[in-house]
Design a protein around this ligand. Structure first.
Ligand SMILES: C[S@@+](CC[C@H](N)C(=O)[O-])C[C@H]1O[C@@H](n2cnc3c(N)ncnc32)[C@H](O)[C@@H]1O
Length: 343
């Protein structure tokens, strides 16, 4: 559901309407001008960015790419286009984290825990089990091949240390602190807002998690060259979809993320704007687009010598323990967490 925002520790199921870019227009024309400028400056200023927009626009015209707007149920019917919101703009996040950083320095506050602390706990423990089971399955296969059984206690810390983790749009980085508590040790968090990274570093240092790496990086034009066995996204895909060019940004998102997840690695998305089925559908659309591009003589001509099959994602599992509620005759939950394996 677009814009459901759970304040920290807020257990009441209440809904807050998120400000949209239309609200900005009615509030103050000057802020519109500033924000329009900020969109251009954040996303559209370099040749590479322009090229990425062209690529994404081409992909859009080649197929449908639906933006979700309601996470209340697993609906059959497509949603209308999601309404853009200030949450899609970097200027919004820069201002938010400037406030949160000041609050941290003055009062020691950690800032917003998106979707609440319960969801963060569930996501971290559920993902730990997912990784442990995936490693166990691999070892089982290996030991079956070799004709021996793995020791029962060969897992936990040693196993989790083989999972390098990237949290995109990490915000205050608290999710990675939870992952460190679960036993993961190779942890990186990125965010395009410098204020977020300053806050995440400050909190990690204060809380004794000095081994977590944080860096400023825009997922849509990432500078990261490393691949990760586990990529986490809690609320970032949602924010990107709320940009006025959200439908294009989402295509850019999948292209970028598919390069960051290592083959055989796992992507875990937690969203309040897309249901589980909508996320699965987005992934299917991405897979089809990549396959079509690899079979297109024009596109493949530019990738001569590259015989690998295109990256794709396969649904692996989703969190089933979130509280559900009835809305419009359908049952749904306010947040979805879905894991995909990269081919
Ligand atoms: C809803 S907040 C979630 C923050 C954090 N993941 C959490 O769960 O607390 C969305 C985050 O995505 C970041 N973000 C949005 N677009 C981004 C982009 N293109 N690249 C990197 N970070 C982005 C924002 O700065 C913000 O920190």
């Amino acid at each position: 559901m677009a814009g459901i925002r759970w304040p920290p520790e807020d257990s009441e199921l209440h809904q807050t309407r998120v400000p949209t870019t239309a609200d900005l227009i009615s509030d103050d024309d000057r802020s519109v001008a500033a924000d329009s400028w900020s969109i251009k400056s954040d996303y559209g200023s370099t040749l590479d960015d322009d090229q990425r927009h062209v690529d994404a626009s081409d992909a859009l015209s080649a197929g449908t790419f639906r933006a979700a707007s309601d996470c209340s149920s697993d609906k059959e019917a497509p949603d209308a286009e999601v309404e853009p919101s200030v949450l899609g703009l970097q200027s919004y996040w820069d201002a938010t984290y400037a406030d949160e950083l000041a609050n941290f320095h003055e009062h020691g506050h950690a800032g917003e825990v998106w979707f609440g602390a319960d969801v963060m706990d569930i996501v971290s423990s559920w993902t730990k089990n997912l990784c442990t089971n995936a490693s166990q399955d691999n070892m089982q296969n290996l030991s079956n091949d070799a004709g021996c059984k793995p020791e029962a206690d060969e897992h936990s810390a040693a196993v989790l240390s083989t999972w390098n983790v990237l949290d995109i749009g990490t915000g205050n980085g608290l999710l990675l602190q939870e992952f460190a508590k679960q036993g993961f040790s190779d942890l990186t968090g990125t965010d395009y807002s410098e204020g977020a990274i300053d806050l995440a570093r400050g909190l990690a240092e204060r809380d004794g998690f000095t081994n977590i790496n944080f860096m400023v990086d825009d997922i849509l034009e990432t500078k990261l060259e490393r691949q990760f066995r586990l990529v986490m996204d809690k609320g970032t895909f949602d924010a990107i979809g709320l940009h006025p060019d959200g439908h294009i940004k989402r295509i850019m998102y999948w292209d970028s993320v598919s390069k960051l997840v290592a083959p055989g690695g796992i992507l875990v998305i937690t969203s309040c704007n897309s249901t589980k089925d909508e996320l699965v559908q987005e992934v299917d659309t991405f897979n089809q687009r990549k396959l079509a591009a690899s079979q297109d003589p024009e596109t493949s001509k530019n990738q001569e010598g590259c015989r690998d099959s295109p990256p794709s994602f396969r649904y692996l599992n989703h969190v089933r323990s979130y509280p559900t509620f009835m809305f419009g005759g359908s049952e749904g939950s306010r947040v979805a967490t879905v894991a995909f394996v990269r081919s």
